[in-house]
Design a protein around this ligand. Structure first.
Ligand code: AOS
Ligand code: ZN
Ligand code: ZN
Length: 388
């Protein structure tokens, strides 16, 4: 196994980005359960995200979603975040919640609607400039429900044209992170349904367009770690939207449904040079906490990613390589499984103590009284945005 001090040193460099929408009320199309103390503004969402970082030490940035987090003064919002010890990270666009987007946004057959969608994406780049963000995350709900509904090929042309215009507007240190999703809300065709489609568009755009792997966006049984290995090899893995799924795009806590899959993904990330400063891979959460409390839900999620990362870092790369070259099928598998079977919680508790943090972030947050104070102070919390 890799030496523990080396693993700890690597873990100190980890940073996991939190989604602002995880702190708002969310639910399904059947019911949104309101929780006490939920943020009423973008500022309060950032304050809650800062709590997660304060107790875990590995969540130093928070992603915005426009228009859910629209404010008058974005520079002031960024300063507010900095004052709380975090930064604003990725800016997420929203071209799926306006009545005009019934037939799609950037792939809509109506040029006027396409213009409206592109203008929103350009507005998001303005927000990036104001907050100092390097990442524009694009997910399109575009697609069709019925065969013949629209020209599938023309929709790709419209999508490409829109992406070109947005790419041209980016600053030198900014990039597009293009997210794919198998289906939903469109059920016959989706315009960016898989990594291959996203990759093809990114290739045409240029180096500063990369693919986002949302772990909930694949068909059941898909080997996600293979996609990760391939995209990393091609230099096009922009980042992750981490979450868990049992059925479809469940947006449950990462590492809850299949911690072994998360480990396998992190192993490929480490193997492919996707971990550590300068790797360019953004580790983001994209989750909703429908029934569980939100700040503890985010803390749990961050810890799950950290545990999977620690196990992946523990993999004895030299032993694995030797077993693989020697054709030792069981031996190679055993190297991986040994790392996965390691209980890394004591190591992580020790690391936190060394960093001046409480070894148990969940318990420390619960003891802090923050949730009770928020419940008393905040009345009428916001919905995360879905269905708003
Ligand atoms: C949608 O299914 C995608 O996962 C998006 O990344 C995300 O959930 C949405 O943009 C919410 O912000
Ligand atoms: Zn996502
Ligand atoms: Zn999703």
């Amino acid at each position: 196994m890799t030496a523990v001090p080396d693993v700890k040193a690597a873990l100190r460099t980890q940073s996991i980005e939190l989604p602002s929408w995880a702190f708002g009320n969310s639910g399904t199309r059947f019911k949104v359960f309101a929780q006490p103390g939920v943020p009423r503004s973008a500022e309060e969402k950032i304050a809650d995200a800062a709590q997660v970082h304060a107790y875990t030490g590995v969540a130093p940035s928070v992603a915005l979603h426009i228009p859910w987090d629209r404010v008058d003064d974005y520079a002031a919002l960024a300063a507010h975040a900095r004052a709380l010890g975090v930064a604003i990270g990725t800016v997420n666009a929203n071209v799926f919640q306006d009545d005009d987007f019934r037939l799609g946004s950037v792939a809509n057959p109506d040029p006027g609607i396409r213009r409206k969608a592109i203008d929103h994406l350009l507005e998001c780049v303005d927000v990036m400039d104001a907050v100092g963000s390097a990442n524009l995350k694009l997910w399109f709900a575009d697609g069709t429900n019925y065969p013949g509904q629209d020209d599938v090929r023309a929709r790709q042309d419209r999508l490409a044209e829109a992406l070109r215009e947005v790419y041209a507007r980016l600053g030198g240190d900014q990039r597009i992170l293009l997210e794919y999703k198998l289906f939903e809300p469109a059920f016959y065709t989706t315009d960016v349904p898989d990594w291959g489609t996203a990759y093809a568009h990114c290739l045409k755009l240029g180096d500063r367009a990369q693919v986002v792997v949302d772990t909930g966006h694949h068909a059941p049984g898909t080997n996600i770690e293979f996609i990760v290995a391939l995209l990393l090899r091609e230099g096009r893995l922009g980042g992750f939207d981490f979450n868990s799924r049992f059925y479809a795009d469940d947006d449950l806590m990462v590492g809850a449904a299949d911690p072994f899959q998360l480990f396998r993904i992190m192993h490929e990330v480490v193997r492919g040079g996707g971990f550590g400063p300068g790797s360019g891979v953004a580790f983001m959460l994209d989750q909703c906490h429908n029934i569980e409390p939100k700040i503890p839900g985010q803390i749990r999620s961050v810890l799950n990613v950290q545990e999977a990362t620690a196990k992946a870092l523990l993999v004895d790369a030299a032993a694995l390589d030797a077993a693989q070259r020697g054709g030792d099928v069981l031996g190679a598998n055993a190297v991986l499984m040994d790392a996965y079977a390691t209980d890394v919680r004591p190591l992580l508790a020790e690391l936190r103590t060394e960093q001046g943090l409480d070894p148990d972030p969940v318990a420390a947050f619960a003891r802090s009284g923050y949730a009770e104070r928020a419940a008393a102070d905040r009345v009428g919390g916001q919905q995360a945005g879905w269905g708003a």
